[in-house]
Design a protein around this ligand. Structure first.
Ligand code: ATP
Length: 237
């Protein structure tokens, strides 16, 4: 049997105002695995990540979210962050006016028990080479790396990635994918939302597929890759 769930989402219902988006979903993420959260545009993937991270929008009206015995559903976003949740948003949010290193140091000031700068530069050598460069002047791929490194600079238990490959050239996607595998080898638990479903499925152990706010598949990532009907119906690939 599988290990007990590390991150657990139970009967989650989330709204933007009166728009009912996430309609009662339950799924588990086991410690050390990579879960791909997939589905067509508008299926509710980003909404689910934002709900888990306890951002004010969307509003969670029902459900429970547990991370390693902590009740995230009772927390504000800053408390969820302290509990070990790290969301890397689609727009990367690099802080203007700060160098690469200062962006990382800022994360460590907030919470000093995360990965050291040496360990982060070991993982992302490009960031080490550019440590004195202003973060916002990095290439798109480098900014994505900085955004992931900044999450790891805190004391993380689970890494949530919202479309980390968006707008990046295939060689850069290769590089980030390789790094995500190393992060996994080092024990991290990861949830990845990606439009590039094939790339996400090749990386992930398991997949959850959403369709208009409900779960239509929960199982091995390889099973989705092998199931042409499932792919065509819910992922358009
Ligand atoms: P995409 O890949 O297009 O980002 P997604 O699966 O991540 O898709 P969500 O961003 O979660 O989808 O959006 C789900 C639904 O919620 C969509 O219909 C979207 O229009 C709506 N929505 C998203 N953000 C808001 C918001 N701030 N206010 C109102 N509705 C929103």
């Amino acid at each position: 049997e599988t290990a007990p769930a590390f991150l657990s989402v139970w009967d989650l219902h989330a709204y933007y105002g009166e728009s009912y988006i996430v309609q009662g979903i339950s799924f588990n993420v086991h410690e050390g695995e990579i879960l791909a959260l997939l589905g067509r545009n508008g299926a509710g993937k980003t909404t689910t990540l934002r709900a888990i991270a306890r951002l004010g929008d969307p509003q969670v009206r029902h459900g429970e979210i547990w991370l390693d015995h902590a009740r995230l559903h009772e927390m504000e976003s800053h408390e969820a962050a302290v509990a070990g949740l790290g969301l890397v948003p689609e727009d990367r949010r690099i802080i203007p006016g700060l160098t690469v290193e200062e962006n990382l140091q800022l994360a460590q000031i907030v919470e000093p028990k995360g990965w050291s700068l040496d360990r982060l530069y070991d993982l992302f050598p490009r960031l080490g080479e550019r440590r004195k460069q202003e973060g916002v002047t990095l290439s798109g791929g480098e900014q994505q790396m900085l955004s992931i490194a900044r999450a790891l600079a805190r004391d993380l238990k689970v890494l949530l990635l919202d479309e980390p490959y968006e707008g990046l050239a295939p060689v850069i996607v290769d590089e980030i994918e390789k790094t995500l595998r190393v992060i996994k080898e080092q024990g991290m638990t990861t949830v990845i939302v990606e439009q590039n479903a094939v790339r996400a499925l090749e990386l992930a152990d398991r997949a959850v597929i959403l369709d208009t706010g409900s779960i239509v598949f929960d199982g091995a990532a390889a099973e989705v890759l092998e199931n042409a009907e499932l792919r065509a119906e819910y992922l358009a690939i």
